[in-house]
Design a binder for this molecule. Structure first.
Ligand SMILES: O=C(O)C1=C[C@@H](OP(=O)(O)O)[C@@H](O)[C@H](O)C1
Ligand SMILES: C=C(OP(=O)(O)O)C(=O)O
Length: 422
């Protein structure tokens, strides 16, 4: 039986400054680019969590050197990518979508697998695209294998990326090393999480790669060298959101230091979202400071670009003063779990009133009661349970350790934050 974590109830307004570890999305992009670079790279303050350790493990399995440097940095030394190798993707969307295009450049047999639920996450689009670009791929989901020839022609490919932006990002990241580069065209319902593709494009350009994204739903990467990285990884803004939500939910004040003034991280959208819910939000040299209102306002939000914020926002909506609607997030049914079903089920268990729509959730405020909160091996479901526990006594979060996917010590950070609750 998985340990039940008693989510602490805030004894008053939470007041804290919460330093947040590095960005998962930036770290795992940087690892891929560093593996393909023309020389050694240094990644400072990278995220050290399950998803990024799995990415580092994938690189090492392919022959790339990833060593610990000073002060928690990673030193990445490229090498000829080779098999035989086994890649464990865990439940990491970035690993299962970003590593196969890189593995197609290796010489030898590369086999992939992951957690049971990872075998159900959408992946066939990436594998079909790699076959169209000249790769020898056997399988359409985890587990599958790639027989690398040490190079990949590349070229043009049309995909439906409406299930995940990572299909596009994965192909673009390795494309400078494809002989013809790549032209990726999306055809289908709108691509979600576009800020993540903007992050991919920005990081490719910062590494000296030429990317043309002037045409809608089309990305062209020219073949050429990838410059070695010397990167300071930003804090993970999406992983900051549970801590900022603690201020919003308790009428307190939380500051996250090091919040970038300019960023491609989707999590930056939390500033506008919390302001719409009635919080005071201020970005200063000290970082981002959120001060919660006496009562949270209900919201009607299109979260299509920032779907990963949904568990945090849904938890706050369940505590708000009216009917909230969250839209544009149908693709969350392919995240770490079916997050729409999970949020509906778990909020309903606590007394909430939640309905699924075709592309989202409608959440009516109800008095909530304590009880068990299932995490479904989803780090953001676990943190959503912690947010609710601040206001609802008796919430027992199942598998709080699943937060280790992207936060090294969430329970410790949460406890330290509450040390300031007055
Ligand atoms: O490229 C990335 O780093 C990510 C892209 C998004 O995936 P989806 O487009 O599948 O939502 C996001 O939700 C995920 O947390 C991280
Ligand atoms: C969807 C997420 O992760 P991934 O797809 O990278 O596993 C997330 O972190 O919310």
């Amino acid at each position: 039986m998985t340990q039940l974590w008693p989510a602490p109830t805030a004894t008053g307004a939470v007041r804290a400054t919460v330093p947040v570890p590095g960005s998962k999305s930036i770290t795992n992009r940087a690892l891929v680019l560093a593996a393909l670079a023309e020389g050694p790279s240094t990644l400072r303050a990278p995220l050290r969590s399950r998803d990024t350790e799995l990415m580092a493990g994938a690189l090492r399995a392919l022959g790339v050197g990833v060593q610990d440097g000073p002060d928690g940095s990673w030193q990445v030394t490229p090498a000829a990518l080779r098999g035989p190798a086994e890649v464990d993707c865990g439940l990491a969307g970035t690993v299962m979508r970003f590593v196969p295009p890189m593995a197609a450049l290796a010489s030898g047999l590369i086999t992939f697998d992951g957690d049971p639920h990872a075998r159900k996450r959408p992946l066939g689009t990436v594998l079909d695209a790699l076959r169209a670009l000249g790769a020898d791929v056997d399988g359409d989901a985890l587990p599958f294998q790639i027989r690398g020839a040490g190079k990949l022609p590349g070229g043009s490919v049309t995909i439906d990326a409406s299930a995940s932006s990572q299909f596009v990002s994965g192909l673009l990241l390795s494309a400078p090393r494809f002989e013809q580069g790549v032209v990726v065209r999306h055809v289908g319902e709108p691509v979600p999480s576009l800020p993540h593709i903007e992050m991919t494009v920005a990081m490719l350009r910062a590494a000296g790669v030429e990317v043309d994204d002037r045409e809608a739903d089309t990305w062209r990467v020219l073949p050429g060298p990838v410059r070695a990285l010397d990167l300071d990884v930003e804090p993970d803004l999406s992983n900051a959101t549970p801590f900022l939500a603690a201020a919003a939910a308790t009428g307190g004040t939380v500051t996250v230091p090091g919040w970038p003034a300019r960023t491609t991280q989707a999590g930056d959208a939390i500033r506008d979202i919390l302001a719409r819910m009635g919080a005071q939000v201020q970005l200063t040299d000290e970082g981002l400071t959120v001060s919660g209102p006496a009562e949270l306002d209900a919201v009607d939000l299109d979260l299509h670009d920032v779907g990963e914020l949904t568990p945090t926002v849904a938890a706050l909506a369940a505590l708000a003063n009216g009917r909230s609607q969250l839209r544009g997030i149908a693709h969350l049914r392919g995240h770490e779990t079916d997050r729409l079903a999970a949020l509906q089920t778990e909020l309903t268990k606590l007394g909430g009133a939640v309905e699924q729509t075709e592309d989202g959730l409608v959440i009516e405020p109800r008095p909530l009661t304590g009880g068990s909160w299932h995490s479904y091996a989803d780090h953001r479901m676990a943190t959503a349970g912690a947010i609710l526990g601040l206001r609802v006594p008796g919430v027992l979060v199942e598998d709080i350790a699943t937060t280790g996917k992207t936060i090294p010590d969430f329970p410790g950070m949460w406890s330290a934050m509450l040390g300031g609750a007055v």
